[in-house]
Design a protein. Sequence first.
Length: 251
Amino acid sequence: MLRYAFNKNKRTNLILENKVVLITGANGGLGFELVKMFLDQNVKKIYCAIRSNKDASSLKALSSKVEIMILDISKQENIKNIACKIKNIDLLVNNAGANSKNRVFENSSLDFDVNVIGTLNLTRALSKKINKNGLIINITSITALINNPLIALYSASKSALHSLTQAIRAEMSLQEIHVLEVLPGPLDTNMTKGREMEKANPKDVANEIYLAIKNNEEEVYPDTFSKMIKNNLDKDAKALEKQFQEVLKNI
């Protein structure tokens, strides 16, 4: 079991060695770096959930500790199948996500189907299979706290997931399971390919997540952009909202 001591508000540092991890979106830019980070910490096993077997080769090449699981979290039947195969885990990393890149009046449910409903359904299905003193990591976004109108539906879905993460944290505390929310800015992955902006290196973000795990954090802003936005929100949230609104005038 993970070494958290739930003596009032104090916990010992989490030891990842010999633990069992399930991570969704394991073949993505951040997911792949997280898998490597967990392997570096000598975990016992990693269930790598991906949408298609064609994306499995690079993950399989990493270690014999990797077990590929095919999972589309937007499909309830997929989730039920995975839940039946899993006995117990120590860490659940909800990393899978979708970005339709749609503005608010465009017709798409993809962001909410995957980022909100899919993540919630998977967490529900596995909530009783996480060992006591375990850990759930939810990857949300800094746009969970301030909507980017160019990707309004993505931002809104991450905002909903931010709220759900708080609710999950409250529920899972009753089982002595910790919940960490990661709120990154844009990452240099396929999701932001072709977009001119400051992008964080997924490896650096994975390292920041490791430090947050080690230090028992509940929230982490793992890159320069997310830290800047959080700082500006704390100073003047309404002024920052106005700045984000301006992007629509420049397209």
